[in-house]
Design a protein around this ligand. Structure first.
Ligand SMILES: CC(C)(COP(=O)(O)OP(=O)(O)OC[C@H]1O[C@@H](n2cnc3c(N)ncnc32)[C@H](O)[C@@H]1OP(=O)(O)O)[C@@H](O)C(=O)NCCC(=O)NCCS
Length: 184
């Protein structure tokens, strides 16, 4: 397994791999909604940011965020099982949060499956608060927990990332890129 993880914008050619990861890691037991075509649309959309974390040519994790005028919606975040608990998820999330701040959007919103306590804990530990329950949100089969984080709150920005290690050395080098992409 390559030691170095590189985080950055995903490639158009990644759509199939990301969609399969969504089905395997996020949408288990639900109809497949994050299809390659849907991910391709986000990859091309001016107001979406699709990140990948790569271990060599392999995609270890990815995240998709859609930027509205006032709210950024975290659509998907997933790290492949063999790469979990190495800091990749929090680095992807931190990159998206920095991008939101750079774009002038301070409220992040997401939905997570109610039967996914480890993901709920992951977000809670990063300053996200539960903002409600959406009954049968997922194909009428499972509730969602809505979580939000207001990046203007100093309390909520206290996340401390682990020092970059050989295991996850992605940097927050996206600011220039995001300024170009989301210039208003
Ligand atoms: C939720 C998810 C994205 C987290 O990704 P991850 O890469 O494992 O997350 P991280 O490694 O950054 O952090 C996970 C935990 O491992 C810890 N950790 C990070 N590096 C570590 C290391 N080297 N050794 C031990 N623990 C470590 C983190 O502190 C964190 O613990 P905490 O939440 O109690 O603070 C991942 O588990 C996943 O893809 N799950 C399936 C899909 C899913 O549920 N997605 C979210 C809903 S869309």
């Amino acid at each position: 397994m390559p030691a170095k993880i590189e985080i950055g914008p995903a490639r158009a050619a990644d759509a199939q791999v990301l969609a399969e990861m969504s089905r395997r890691l996020v949408e288990v037991g639900l109809p497949w909604s994050w299809t390659p075509a849907r991910i391709t649309r986000h990859l091309a959309h001016a107001e979406s940011l699709v990140l990948s974390a790569r271990a060599g040519e392999q995609v270890a994790g990815f995240a998709i965020m859609h930027f509205g005028e006032e709210v950024a919606h975290l659509n998907l975040l997933a790290v492949d099982t063999q790469y979990q608990r190495r800091g990749i998820g929090q680095r992807l999330l931190a990159w998206l949060e920095e991008s939101a701040v750079t774009a002038g959007v301070f409220l992040i919103c997401l939905e997570v499956r109610s039967r996914n306590p480890s993901a709920i804990r992951f977000y809670r530990n990063r300053g996200y608060q539960e903002a409600g329950r959406l009954p049968r949100y997922y194909s009428g089969r499972e509730d969602a927990i809505r979580m939000t984080r207001d990046l203007r709150h100093p309390e909520s920005r206290r996340t401390v990332l682990p020092a970059p290690s050989a295991a996850a050395s992605g940097t927050l080098a996206g600011a220039d890129w995001i300024l170009t992409k989301f210039k208003r």
